[in-house]
Every structure is written in C-alpha cells, then in structure tokens.
Design a protein around this ligand. Structure first.
Ligand code: DI6
Ligand code: FE
Length: 388
C-alpha cells in the first residue's frame, strides 16, 4: 500500500514512475517531477493500481488430488473411514513420492497460473508432502523451478514437520531426528529453502518436536513460521514468538495473550479462511484481538489438496471479510504489505520509491470491490518487475 493517511493509502489521479524493476516515484500526477515528464507513459485510464498480490501460505506443489475423498465425505464417510481407505495427507504423500520432478512442476503450474491470473506476483510454496529426504528436496526443487516457468517470485518454506510418514507411525521423535532435521540441513546447503515451517497440532507435532526443528533453523540462519492453534490451543504461537517467527498461521484457537505476544515480536497473523471453510470449522481466529494489539494480519489461500483446495486470493479476501469480519482495507493489506512481511520481504507489498515494480491494475470503482465480489476477476493488467 502506498504511504499517505487516506484509507488504503489511496492517491487519486496518481502517477507511478518506474525505472527497470523498481518504483522511483509515486504521487499526484500533477506533482510529477521534471525528470520523469518526458518518460514513456502508459495511460491506465484512471484505474485502481495496487501492489501485486502476494500469497504468503500455499502447499501449491503436490501429487494427485483428493476429490475422491471429498466425495466420500459428502457421501457420509467419516474421517476414519476416509483414512482407512488411504485418504488424508498420507494419500497425497504417496502421490507426491511417486511423482517425478517434471510432474510436480507440471501439476503445480495450473494452480500457479490461477493465482497469477488474479494479479499475484509473489507466491510462497511449502514442502511437506514428501516426508522423506528425496521427495522433500524434490518438492523444493519444483517450487524453485516454477520461478523459471512464470514471471513470479517464489518463496520456499521447508515443512518437513507436516506429518509423520507411515514408516514412522507412532515414532514422531525418530522422524524429526532421523529425517526432518537432516533433510532441512541438505535443503539449506542446496539453497532450496527460504524459511522453515511446522504443523504444531495434536495430529501432527508437539511444541518440543517443533522446537527441535526451530533450533536447527536458527543455527542455519533461517527464519521460521508455524501452522499454530488451527484445531486446538497447543501453545505453538508462544513458541513461534520465542523464535521471532515471521508468522503464525491459521490461529483459530489463538488467545488474547498470543495476540499480545505476537504484537511484541512483530509476528504476522496469517489468516487462512479456505481451511476454516473447507473443514466447516466453527472456532474463528481472534481478529478483534489482533486488531486491538495491532498485529499485522495477512490472508492466504493455504492452497492444499486436503483442507483448502483454493487458488483464488480474491475469494480468500472475500472469505476473510464475510467469514471473519475483516474490513476490505484489512483484506487488501492482508494480500499485499502484511503478506510481504509474513515472508520477510521488505522490497515489495507497497507502492513506494525503492520497492519492486510489482503492480496490479483493476477494473473496479473502489478498492472494496476486490473483497466484495464473489468469483469475479476484475484484473485489467499485471506488472511484474516493471514489465506488463
Ligand atoms: N493444516 C492443514 O489444514 C493442512 N496441513 C496443515 O498443516 C492439511 C493438509 C492436507 O490435508 O493435505
Ligand atoms: Fe498450510
């Protein structure tokens, strides 16, 4: 969002000067400095220009899909019956382990294209469906490869601590020590990982196990983030805050105390309405507490084959407003400046001199329309690194 006190930081009748891949000036067109007067111009016809959208939480790379499980559940099967039929995260692990690197890239591209079509210019992609060394590394290699297939920035997160694989059933500690942490070290050595994530939940890993992973992340100089308080209050947020996490994500069961601690550590609250909606959750994240304690709130698709098969940031914005009562201004900040902060990227997410010229141009009359409409894409043009 640009600077300025107006709602959304909006500047009417504005001009943006771009040199190469960077913004060099922004302000009222009437105030355009002499230096830029003779530069080539694109007249956008008075359209709304926002920062390019940022999806700061996705599991975009994976094999197979879980539509059959979706159908089984709607035909009355319980989670247990689905699991017994080989459903759940483990079914995606199986499909991801058998997929080649090329297949992982090919499967991810349509999902990435859906985000790009709505103006996304930066997308975070996690590992976490391999749960063995080679497949975790393959997922991160596929994520890195996406950047060479599309005009987009990919930020990668290692999520080896997503679930315990079948061969380590009931032996979570051994999996963390024998597979997760050694793989993290290799991923770091191969420059495949930008941040380290974990799933802190009764059905995944406890705070002690996550802390063992975070300790190694700190040793390797990698920032952390955490799936926390999604289905219960396990204390993941307080652990994340102790490690100055970039973000804590989901947070349906986060407390006022958690919000206070996140405000103090500058940890972003990443709100994921797609999973809440898909799982038909009832416990909402404490938006009022985050607002009261001025915790930056980001919004993301959490695109994954199980709990959030969602590839629309605009629908995510609408869900953030309609389901969680975020304001349209909070929703737009949630997929721009706050999402950039959740990824530790200070060079984007706002329209300001010195930042990347990643922009989205919209056919809307007001910014609120971006969150208001359901299933409609008003993107007029997308500018990535200064080029449309
Ligand atoms: N939280 C979730 O809801 C997903 N992972 C996580 O950490 C579930 C992922 C899946 O069902 O495939
Ligand atoms: Fe997730």
């Amino acid at each position: 969002m640009s600077a300025g006190g107006a709602p959304y930081g909006l500047i009417h009748h504005a001009a943006i000067a771009i040199a190469g891949d960077s913004i060099v000036w922004v302000g009222p067109a009437a105030d355009l400095p002499e230096d830029y007067i003779a530069w080539p111009r694109d007249d956008l016809g008075g359209r709304l220009v926002t920062p390019g959208l940022i999806d700061c939480h996705t599991h975009l790379v994976f094999g197979g899909n879980r539509a059959r499980e979706f159908e089984m559940r709607l035909n009355g099967a319980s989670y247990e019956e689905v699991a017994r039929a080989g459903g759940g995260i483990i079914s995606t692990v199986r499909d991801t382990r058998t997929a080649s690197l090329e297949t992982l890239i090919e499967n991810a591209l349509p999902r990435l294209d859906a985000l790009i079509a709505e103006g996304a210019t930066t997308v975070e992609v996690k590992s976490g469906y391999g749960l063995d060394r080679e497949t975790e590394l393959n997922m991160l290699r596929a994520a890195r490869a996406l950047e060479h297939q599309r005009p987009v920035t990919i930020s990668t997160s290692f999520l080896g601590a997503h679930a315990t694989p079948p061969e380590y059933k009931g032996r979570g500690d051994a999996y963390v020590d024998e597979v997760c942490i050694p793989t993290l070290r290799v991923a770091r050595d191969e420059a495949l990982v930008d941040a380290v994530d974990g799933f802190c939940e009764n059905i995944a890993f406890d705070t002690d196990q996550i802390e063992r992973v975070f300790r190694v992340a700190a040793e390797l100089g990698l920032p952390v983030k955490l799936h926390a308080e999604q289905l219960s209050h396990l204390g993941g947020t307080q652990l994340a805050v102790r490690y100055n996490a970039l973000s804590a994500d989901h947070l349906e069961y986060a407390s006022e105390e958690d919000a206070r601690a996140m405000a103090a550590s500058g940890t972003v609250a990443v709100i994921l309405p797609g999973a809440f909606y898909t799982l038909r959750e009832t416990q909402q994240p404490p938006i009022k507490a985050f607002r009261a304690h001025r915790v930056p709130m980001a919004l993301a698709t959490d695109c994954n084959p199980g709990s959030s098969p969602l590839t629309s940031l605009l629908l995510t914005m609408n869900m953030g407003c309609t389901l969680f009562r975020m304001t349209p201004e909070e929703a737009l900040a949630g997929v721009t400046c706050n999402a950039a902060q959740a990824l530790g990227l200070s060079d984007r997410g706002r329209i300001a001199p010195g930042l990347r010229a990643d922009l989205a141009v919209w056919d809307v009359e007001t910014p609120a329309e971006l969150s208001y409409r359901i299933g409609f894409n008003p993107l007029h043009a997308r500018i990535f690194a200064g080029r449309s």
